[in-house]
Design a protein around this ligand. Structure first.
Ligand SMILES: Nc1nc2c(ncn2[C@@H]2O[C@H](COP(=O)(O)OP(=O)(O)OP(=O)(O)O)[C@@H](O)[C@H]2O)c(=O)[nH]1
Ligand SMILES: [Mg+2]
Length: 284
């Protein structure tokens, strides 16, 4: 029997821990048991019950205070994560061997973990060996995404995690509840972006020809992948939480009796749900 995991990633402050607690509450209401593992060795408080906490293994403060190591906060975190990668048996013991379990991993926000450091990839491979089907959930704060420049850098961060981890990934725009009606309308075009119109938007601001050319190439690259879409996540809206959960469940084929659906049909279905979400917001 498979086990299911969401690897909740994203830049610092993008809403990972809030996403985890919102998802746990949502699943509880649906009668589904979902548990959370904190993998942030610098975390101070979180509002969900943890089934395992990396700080039981190692804490950033201890590493920083160690006279022989003398790390700052970021170097300290990297040290902790490498230590974690060498001690996956701690995680194995904490998780136990429960069939069919569904676990959210609340990851740290340092972006280097998803670009060039091997630890997250090692974690994914280890989880797969323990029969987990793993879905990457990459969060980006919608507050930073209302301009095409910021959007392009957010997309590159998501893409880089997608490429380095080689697992299916759902990208999410968080904190939608903080956007004004106008900004919500504005952000709609970023959810399923047409990179070619984005090129126009962003290159108009640029004076240097070389940067224009570079931006065009980057947008072309993103478009070639054709895989970067975002789902809106509004923690105050059950429907939006449900749409995100359904996407992830489908990705990891959660549930034994899940009927197989053609991916294309599914995509159309889900786009309709997202459109409905925005329609409801406009109607309000
Ligand atoms: N209004 C609103 N605030 C949010 C939402 N998600 C997160 N926040 C706020 O944003 C701040 C950061 O949220 P966290 O969930 O701690 O973000 P994080 O990604 O876990 O942060 P790090 O672990 O430090 O990288 C907190 O003050 C949250 O209350 C949301 O959907 N809506
Ligand atoms: Mg957090």
């Amino acid at each position: 029997m498979p086990r299911y995991a969401q690897l909740v990633m994203g830049p610092a402050g993008s809403g990972k821990s809030t996403y985890c607690s919102t998802m746990v509450q949502h699943c509880e209401a649906l009668g589904r048991a979902v548990q959370v593992v904190n993998l942030d060795p610098a975390a101070e408080l979180f509002s969900y019950p943890v089934m395992a906490d990396i700080r039981e293994l190692i804490e950033v403060d201890d590493v920083m205070e160690d006279e022989s190591l003398r790390f700052g906060p970021n170097g300290g975190l990297v040290f902790c994560m490498e230590y974690f990668a060498n001690n996956f048996n701690w995680l194995e013991e904490s998780l136990g061997h429960v069939e069919d379990d569904y676990i959210l991993f609340d990851c740290p926000g340092q972006i280097e973990l998803y670009t060039h450091l091997p630890v997250m990839k090692q974690l994914v491979e280890q989880l797969q060996q323990w029969e987990f089907r793993v879905c990457g959930v990459f969060l980006v704060d919608s507050q930073f995404m209302v301009e095409s420049f910021k959007f392009i850098s957010g997309i590159l961060a998501a893409l880089s995690a997608m490429i380095s981890l080689e697992i299916p990934q759902i990208n999410i725009m968080t904190k939608m509840d903080l956007l004004s009606k106008k900004a919500k309308k504005e952000i709609e075009k970023y959810l399923d972006p047409d990179m070619y119109s984005m090129i126009e938007d962003s290159t108009n601001i640029l004076k240097s020809k070389r940067f224009k050319k570079l931006t065009k190439s980057i947008c072309g690259l993103i478009d070639d992948y054709g895989m970067v879409r975002f789902l809106p996540f509004d923690r105050s809206d059950e429907e939006s939480i449900n749409i995100v959960l359904q996407h992830i469940d489908f990705t990891i084929q959660y549930g034994e009796d899940l009927e197989f659906k053609e991916p294309k049909e599914y995509e159309e279905d889900k786009s309709a749900l997202v459109d409905e979400y925005f329609q409801d917001r406009v109607d309000e």
